[in-house]
Design a protein around this ligand. Structure first.
Ligand code: MN
Length: 237
């Protein structure tokens, strides 16, 4: 037996999410996000020239993952920290150039997630035609709830998606309003990237996005796929 590899410093932890009804956890490989996928949100952002544009994707770092129930600091580098509640899709099989039917088969399960955003930085980057990383891909920007295996029977094509702040409703939409259905999103993504087990996809937010402040408690919910609670702590030093 060979010696295990030595590292010059401790390697990063494996990021993972709990799986509903299972002891084993879902190990996360990549976090993809859809840029816009509900008409009402596109209109509130006034950013698309053609509302039927194909979906576009960006990524958050794997280690920006945050679990249900966490408290995160109000992040540095923003005065406009905003929530976006989204349906999370968890991929369970490898795939490239998938058809819509094949894409459906590659899905392991679903959940609730928050595409937390430094809106001021996102708008600046967009205005200058720069990448969105400063606005979207920062530390602790990817809170994700538990993964519900699709065998549990939830329906990602229809059902309420909502968000409250301190108990007051701020976002409400329905998965039936997705411009691109979940399998279409997965198929489209697989045309540009080789998907692998452990990938998760944030599928876009309905209307009503807005800012939070230290002390706020956010609860996202998607019918059939549970809830996700995030508390905003004090400002990051
Ligand atoms: Mn989003």
């Amino acid at each position: 037996m060979t010696e295990p590899h030595a590292f010059v410093f401790a390697p990063p932890a494996i990021e993972s999410l709990p799986v509903v009804g299972a002891e084993a956890r879902f190990p996360v490989r990549r976090i993809y996000c859809v840029g816009r996928n509900y008409l009402a949100h596109i209109r509130e952002m006034k950013e698309a020239e053609d509302e039927r544009d194909p979906p576009f994707f960006f990524q958050k770092p794997r280690d920006s993952l945050v679990e249900d129930g966490a408290t995160v600091p109000y992040p540095a580098d923003t005065d406009d920290y905003q929530f976006e509640v989204e349906l999370m899709v968890a991929i369970g099989a490898a795939g490239r150039d998938l058809s819509v039917v094949e894409a459906e088969g590659a899905i392991f399960g679903y959940g609730v997630c928050l595409d937390m955003t430094r809106r001021d930085r996102q708008r600046e980057c967009g205005g200058k035609r720069l990448p969105w990383e400063r606005g979207k891909a920062f530390d602790q920007s990817a809170p994700c709830g538990p993964v519900f295996p699709k065998a549990l029977g939830g329906n990602p094509a229809k059902g309420a998606i909502t968000l409250t702040v301190n108990g007051e409703e701020r976002q409400r939409g329905d998965l039936a309003q997705l411009i691109w259905s979940v399998p279409e999103i997965v198929a489209n993504l697989s045309a540009s990237y080789a998907l692998a087990p452990g990938d998760i996809i944030m599928t876009g937010t309905p209307a009503g996005v807005g800012p939070v402040k230290p002390g706020d408690v956010i609860v996202g919910a998607v019918d059939g796929f549970g809830t996700l609670t995030l508390t905003i702590g004090g400002r990051e030093a």
